[in-house]
Design a protein around this ligand. Structure first.
Ligand code: TYD
Length: 136
C-alpha cells in the first residue's frame, strides 16, 4: 500500500508563504468540495469511514494531526500531517481515521465529489466485505 503525499509549491518571499492549488495541476481531480475541521476536542477520532468513489486530498493547514489509512486487505499506514504545503492523497475504498489533533489543528479536505451520504461506507465490516468482494 503506497502512501501518496504531495509537496505543494511554496511561493515564498520576505512577506511569507503562499500555496496555490489548481485542480488537475496540483490536485489529481476536479475539486467539487472543500471542507475543514477545527476546534477538534482532545482525544477525538474522526472519520471512521471509507468512500466508494470519492477521492480526497487532506492538508493540515495549521497545527498537526495523524491519519490512519487501512485498505481493508491487511495493510494499514499512519501518516503525520503538520505542513501546510503537504497533501495526503486518500483514494476511494480506503478506511480512514483522523486523530491526535493538536488544539490548533485545521484539517482541510479537497474532495472530488459533493457531499453524498450514499458514497459512504460507515461500518468497518461492510467496508471489508466491499473491498474484498470487489477485487475477486
Ligand atoms: P462527518 O461525516 O461525521 O465527519 P467525519 O466523518 O469526517 O468526522 O460529518 C459531520 C457533519 O457534517 C455531519 O452532520 C455531516 C456534515 N457534513 C456536511 O454537511 N457536508 C460535508 O461535506 C461533510 C464532510 C459533512
Amino acid at each position: 500500500m503506497q502512501i501518496v503525499k504531495y509537496q505543494f509549491q511554496q511561493h515564498g518571499d520576505e512577506r511569507g508563504q503562499l500555496v496555490a492549488l489548481e485542480e488537475f495541476n496540483d490536485i489529481p481531480f476536479e475539486i467539487k468540495r472543500v471542507y475543514y475541521m477545527y476546534d477538534t476536542a482532545e482525544g477525538v477520532i474522526r472519520g471512521y469511514h471509507a468512500h466508494k468513489s470519492l477521492k480526497q486530498i487532506l492538508i493540515c493547514i495549521h497545527g498537526s494531526c495523524k491519519i490512519l489509512l487501512d485498505n481493508g486487505k491487511g495493510e494499514k499506514k499512519k501518516v503525520f500531517l503538520e505542513k501546510p504545503y503537504e497533501g495526503l492523497f486518500v483514494d476511494n475504498n480506503m478506511w480512514r481515521e483522523m486523530y491526535d489533533f493538536s488544539p490548533d489543528a485545521v484539517l482541510m479536505c479537497l474532495a472530488s465529489e459533493v457531499y453524498n451520504e450514499e458514497d459512504y461506507i460507515r461500518n468497518y465490516d461492510d467496508f471489508l466485505k466491499f473491498v474484498n468482494e470487489e477485487s475477486e
